[in-house]
Design a protein around this ligand. Structure first.
Ligand SMILES: Cc1cc2nc3c(=O)[nH]c(=O)nc-3n(C[C@H](O)[C@H](O)[C@H](O)COP(=O)(O)OP(=O)(O)OC[C@H]3O[C@@H](n4cnc5c(N)ncnc54)[C@H](O)[C@@H]3O)c2cc1C
Length: 309
């Protein structure tokens, strides 16, 4: 029987682990398929307090894990497949094994959205990618025209990163201005290798017959004109949706699937707490995820303490 199982190993998960470990609860952290969470897909993190020169995303997450493990947190490289939160102890099915636990902290984050156009799925890992930091340096993209789809901070960051590798980076956005923060938008638009294509959407990724990305079909949303743009890679950066499908019907989720917190980090089920991007569609930052991980840990600890007198 576990005291607390933390589902997710991003900033929220490892911070919750640090606090619950220091409260002697020996938390079990399920890493899921992305140990370290989303920050492991970025190179330099410049806005996490305490790192005046910035810090590599993977290094930051490794440090968070080490810090929590030092106080007794345990990592399990498992993925939650099913959760029975209808009664306590809660029963979690992790890679086919059942785990019983007194409390749960959900810190499953959010995932990349897909374009949902023909060719996208067939060419994933064959030129279609959702992470420039992970894939941008691959030989197939070097000195080639590349497409980034999106208009937010992630799209700007991806495009800027890709200027190191591609010959030209087309930033395809469905509106006529970026919705990224001003500093990111200015940086991207000032880069001579980044060419914005306004009012445009990708309607197809070509060419599955060649088993690799050779071009995208674009549509101008204002004129309706269709064009073919040659490129070797499509980097999709159009946002995220919460990783909460496994909790549907068990706890209250909003219309977009985000966990609805009540009174701090509590959920609709007593003993189940939430932290990080899976409950936050507003701030979505490493430091806010870490902060809510701390809060969820304190809430879980107080919940257990109140029960045990
Ligand atoms: C390219 C990029 C750059 C970014 N740069 C910055 C930056 O510079 N500064 C900043 O503050 N923020 C940045 N962010 C945002 C930041 O990464 C997120 O806000 C933060 O990672 C959210 O942390 P989290 O713990 O909520 O979720 P995540 O980091 O997404 O972690 C979720 C965890 O849950 C696990 N998981 C999911 N489902 C399951 C399951 N069923 N079972 C078990 N585990 C599961 C995953 O494996 C993962 O470990 C960036 C994001 C991206 C994509």
């Amino acid at each position: 029987m576990e005291n607390v199982v933390i589902i997710g190993s991003g900033c929220a998960g490892w911070t919750a682990a640090l606090y619950t470990a220091r409260a002697n609860l020996q938390p079990l952290v399920l890493t899921g398929t992305q140990p370290g969470g989303l920050l492991t897909t970025t190179s330099i993190v410049e806005n996490f307090p305490g790192f005046p020169d910035g810090v590599n995303g993977c290094e930051l997450m490794t440090r968070m894990q080490k810090q929590a493990e030092r106080f007794g947190a345990r990592a399990s490289f498992g993925t939650l497949e099913e959760a029975d939160l209808s009664r306590r102890p809660f029963v979690l099915t992790v890679d086919g094994e059942k785990i019983e636990t007194e409390t749960v902290i959900i810190a499953t984050g959010a995932s990349h959205k897909h374009l949902g156009v023909p060719g996208e799925d067939l060419l994933e890992t064959k030129g279609v990618t959702y992470c420039a930091t992970c894939d941008g340096a691959l030989p197939v993209f070097r000195n080639q025209p590349l497409v980034v789809v999106g208009g937010g901070d992630s799209a700007c960051e991806e495009a800027l990163y890709l200027t190191r590798f591609g010959s030209i980076i087309y930033l395809v956005h469905r509106r006529d201005k970026l919705r990224a923060s001003k500093i990111m938008a200015d940086r991207a638009l000032a880069n001579p290798k980044i060419k914005p294509l306004w009012d445009s959407v990708v309607t197809e990724v070509l060419n599955p017959k060649q088993d690799k990305v050779t071009a995208v079909k674009l549509k101008n949303v204002k004129s309706g004109a269709e064009t073919i743009l040659d490129c070797a890679g499509v980097f999709v950066a159009i946002g995220h949706g919460p990783n909460t499908a496994v909790f549907k019907g068990q706890i209250d989720l909003d219309a977009n699937g985000y966990v609805v917190p009540r009174k701090g980090t509590m959920t609709s089920v007593p003993g189940v707490f939430v932290a990080g991007d899976c409950a936050d569609h507003v701030y979505r930052q490493a430091v806010t995820a870490a902060g809510s991980g701390c809060a969820a840990a304190i809430d879980a600890e107080r919940f257990l303490a109140a029960e045990n007198g």
